[in-house]
Design a protein around this ligand. Structure first.
Ligand code: SAM
Length: 198
């Protein structure tokens, strides 16, 4: 079976509509076979969204690995930020576009393998990053994020302790000032700040 981050056009589509409440707000998300967390909002993503300092989020935001779109759509709904959502999986991108219009938010959605089509610099990069791609690629995603952040930009991620949260925090400390913003049922919400370091 293909991984959720691979493009597999032969995988039978079975689109489901999910009604999801995040912080007392109702969202409609369409999900499908072959995308991450097709059964609804992932608990790690929920923990990340509920931990974000949403009132501080402004400027430009990149949702790296958007899947069907919950992070970017939640941020667009609650801020005035210019939100970009990227993913390598085309089925996820189709759903993300459908979910953007269903939830009446304004977001740019585009295909990108890693940051290859990311041209802008962002104030925030927010991600429930892909784990199954392996540690090498995960670390590349996290390190390269700093090239796409403004000088005071912030990287926010969620990762479970069983997926290597603690070693990931040590890795991030090489490039960012790191703060653990929340821990919930093994999920760590981590903020890495560039602090003016270019
Ligand atoms: C853990 S899922 C998170 C999905 C969504 N943000 C959520 O919270 O439900 C990680 C996402 O990263 C995407 N991804 C994996 N490798 C990628 C790459 N090289 N470039 C861009 N996106 C990638 C996957 O397709 C997947 O949608």
């Amino acid at each position: 079976m293909a991984h959720y981050f691979e493009n597999d056009d032969t995988l039978k589509s079975a689109i489901h509509q999910k009604e999801v409440i995040i912080k007392n707000q109702r969202f409609t998300f369409y999900t499908d076979n072959g995308v991450f967390s097709k059964k609804g909002l992932d608990f790690g993503t929920r923990t990340l969204l509920e931990t974000l300092d949403i009132d501080r989020i402004t400027g430009k935001v990149l949702d790296f690995g958007c899947g069907y779109g919950p992070i970017g759509i939640y941020v667009a709904q609650n801020t005035n930020a210019e939100v970009h959502m990227i993913d390598v999986n085309r089925r996820s991108l189709e759903l993300a576009r459908k979910n953007v219009s269903t939830n009446h938010v304004n977001v740019q959605v585009y295909e990108s393998n890693l940051y290859e089509n990311v041209k802008d610099k962002f104030d925030f990069i927010i991600s429930n990053p892909p784990i199954r791609v392996g540690k090498k690629m995960l670390y590349q995603i996290l390190e390269d994020a700093k090239e796409h952040l403004k000088s005071n930009g912030e990287l926010w991620i969620v990762i479970h302790k069983d997926q290597g949260a603690k070693t990931t925090i040590e890795f991030l400390r090489q490039f960012y000032t790191v703060e653990i913003k929340n821990k919930n049922k093994g999920f760590y919400v981590i903020r890495g700040t560039k602090n003016g370091i270019i």
